[in-house]
Write a new protein. Structure first.
Length: 118
């Protein structure tokens, strides 16, 4: 399984960006897809995840109401719409696809940089 992440960039505070992540390969065991991020000097943290077989989503408290995670299931693609961005959202964002039932099914995309200037 390969994850192709796109999007990211530099934006001013209050601006918006959209990230996408497409899973290719034998991904029938993937049940959860989403995004994590790591700010400089910080540990990687969850941003948002969703269950691919339903509409259940999970957001970090810091992004609730500003970020929206959605999916295009026919292509195992997820989108992270990020609105009202803040400087503290600056980080390297990583796409993730996994199965909560099998720890061997856990894939990461290449990081994509999001930088929010004040």
């Amino acid at each position: 399984v390969q994850l192709q992440a796109c999007g990211g960039g530099l934006v001013q505070s209050g601006g918006c960006l959209r990230l996408s992540c497409a899973a290719s390969g034998s991904n029938f065991r993937i049940n959860v897809m989403g995004w994590y991020r790591r700010a400089p000097g910080e540990q990687r943290e969850l941003v948002a995840t969703l269950i691919t077989s339903g509409d259940s989503t999970n957001y970090a408290d810091s992004v609730k109401g500003r970020f929206t995670l959605s999916r295009l299931n026919s292509q195992n693609t997820v989108y992270l719409q990020m609105n009202n961005l803040k400087p503290e959202d600056t980080a390297l964002y990583y796409c993730n696809a996994r199965s909560p039932h099998d720890s061997r099914v856990n894939y990461w995309g290449q990081g994509t940089q999001v930088t929010v200037s004040s």
